[in-house]
Design a protein around this ligand. Structure first.
Ligand code: ADP
Ligand code: 5GP
Length: 206
């Protein structure tokens, strides 16, 4: 059976990268999709692991060849999800988390891709601002731009299937894990052939 797709969006600084990375570290057969971006790497970020870092020309060539399932400009940089890489993962039966912004999530929704949409909220705008500063990766100018956009992004939360407030990290991690587990246990994901054979059911049980 093909893997499931989870879309996780949140305003920058809400903690979605932390949540997604921790979850993929502890849940088997769940990986984080690696996006392409024209943003410069932050200290400690690794090409091919955190992002595929490319220049604008290379990115726009990929746009031209239809390589992106979705792409968007976020905070002045371009970000996109490779169609090929994503489908390779789910063909293997592995579940995948896409940590993408609300514009990208809207494109995926419009395309009718079967996915579970999760929105992560910070507990408050003050906490969001504090987290952006504590990360020490962005200048004050960049932080101001990200905070400006936060309200706009948050206003899309109703379009998502699940909402998680990332106040205490361990609680939010458990909640995101529960969304993944619920999807895995859904009737649409069950191996009906196994049930039929194991319990000797007759006829069509689907
Ligand atoms: P995003 O990917 O949403 O932009 P990050 O995962 O980079 O956000 O988190 C932003 C900062 O907030 C990081 O320094 C991270 O360690 C911190 N952080 C994440 N979740 C929490 C939490 N629940 N409580 C306090 N700090 C957090
Ligand atoms: P950051 O630069 O902090 O890593 O990410 C900034 C924003 O870009 C975040 O909201 C993140 O979810 C979003 N983002 C990362 N990868 C993609 C992607 O492939 N597509 C889209 N649309 N947004 C992305």
């Amino acid at each position: 059976m093909k893997g499931s797709i989870f879309i996780v969006s949140a305003p920058s600084g809400a903690g979605k990268t932390t949540l997604c990375r921790r979850l993929t570290d502890i849940v088997p057969r769940l990986v984080h999709s690696v996006s392409y971006t024209t943003r410069k790497p932050r200290e400690g970020e690794v090409d091919g692991k955190d992002y595929f870092f490319v220049d604008e020309d290379a990115f726009m060539r990929m746009v031209g060849s239809g390589e992106f399932l979705e792409w968007a400009e976020v905070h002045g940089n371009l970000y996109g999800t490779s169609r090929t890489k994503l489908f390779e993962i789910i063909q293997e039966g592995v579940d995948v988390i896409l940590d993408i912004d609300t514009q990208g999530a809207a494109q995926i929704r419009q395309r009718g891709v079967d996915a579970t949409f999760v929105f992560v909220l910070p507990p408050s705008l003050e906490a969001l601002s504090e987290r952006l500063r504590s990360r020490k990766t962005d200048s004050e100018q960049v932080i101001a731009r990200r905070l400006d956009r936060a309200r706009e992004e948050i206003s899309d939360y109703r379009l998502y299937d699940y909402v998680i407030v990332n106040d205490r990290l361990d609680v939010a991690l458990n909640e995101l894990g529960s969304v993944v587990q619920a999807k895995r246990l859904h009737i649409s994901r069950i191996d009906h052939g196994w049930v039929k054979q194991t319990f000797g059911l007759k006829g069509d049980v689907s």
